[in-house]
Design a protein around this ligand. Structure first.
Ligand SMILES: Nc1nc2c(c(=O)[nH]1)N[C@H]1C(S)=C(S)[C@@H](COP(=O)(O)O)O[C@H]1N2
Ligand SMILES: [Mo]
Length: 258
């Protein structure tokens, strides 16, 4: 749950931006952060920059968590639903026993974690809603290791600003899927590398064996099939330079706040 003070802070912010008329419309809403329309309306009206949105939704604000009864009967799979490469097929055949997540780049100590090693670290379980830009949402229960835990072990260098998630899947043209997030967001308590959906090891369509959950942002930021996390100072040298597969290809927003 979002602490009440946060909702108050948001109202204060809105008072400053939207004026009295809009406040009337908002008056009945007890928890602005839990409504899906709130930031998107602002985003259209105000052309929200990352900076402004961070002011509305503090970096440590929690995305809404749901109860067991809210879990969707079917959680759709979207985008690539099987990397389809020989290399990936071999991992599947070996039940991912040789899969590693390598954290590299601007770090003091690069570390490579096996799936078993990741599962030994402290875990977090959260029931959240996934929103895809294609117009569907689903509520699922994710279990994984907080990314902040891994970062504490590799020790980012002072200039590291972003984490880039390199995935095992490629599109028809052989272009790999990747995503990125600000280093600050990596330490958010709900940012996890998930290995279970609804108490079951991830299946191939949902990103087996490891996928990112970045609950404050849209579906395409939730990188599946994560193999390597690279810390960088700038995104300009990575693929198309816009910080993600869809950002490069379709001009999707990099800061995909919900
Ligand atoms: N590696 C990889 N990650 C990805 C995608 C993808 O095609 N490849 N699609 C994204 C999109 S658009 C969405 S909505 C979600 C879908 O996750 P799901 O298949 O578990 O529903 O994964 C995201 N992460
Ligand atoms: Mo999506």
């Amino acid at each position: 749950m979002i602490p009440h003070e946060r909702a108050m802070e948001r109202r204060q912010f809105l008072k400053g931006t939207l004026g009295a008329a809009s406040l009337v419309a908002l008056a009945g809403c007890d928890n602005l952060s839990q409504t899906s329309w709130f930031p998107s309306i602002l985003s259209k009206a105000e052309k929200l920059t990352e900076r402004v949105q961070r002011a509305v939704t503090p970096a440590n604000a929690l995305a809404k968590e749901y109860g067991e009864a809210d879990i969707s009967k079917v959680f759709p799979a979207n985008g690539n639903t099987d990397p389809g490469t020989e290399e990936y097929a071999e991992h599947v055949a070996k039940n991912y026993s040789e899969w590693t997540v390598d954290v590299v780049g601007m770090v003091q100590t690069p570390i490579s974690w096996s799936l078993a090693a990741l599962k030994e670290l402290p875990s977090r379980t959260q029931i959240t809603r996934h929103d895809c830009v294609e117009g569907w949402s689903a509520i699922g229960k994710w279990t994984g290791v907080p990314l902040g835990e891994l970062l504490r072990q590799v020790e980012p260098l002072p200039n590291a600003k972003y984490a880039v998630f390199h995935c095992a899947d490629v599109d028809e043209d052989g272009i790999p899927y990747y995503e990125s997030m600000a280093l600050a967001d990596c330490y958010h308590p709900q940012t996890i590398l998930a290995y279970e959906l609804n108490d079951t090891p991830l299946d191939i369509p949902h990103g087996a064996p490891i996928r990112l959950r970045f609950e404050q942002q849209l579906g395409y930021k939730q990188a599946k099939y994560v193999m390597m996390i690279e810390l960088v100072e700038t995104l300009s040298g990575i693929a198309g330079g816009k910080g993600g597969y869809w950002e490069d290809d379709q001009g999707y927003e990099w800061y995909a706040g919900i």
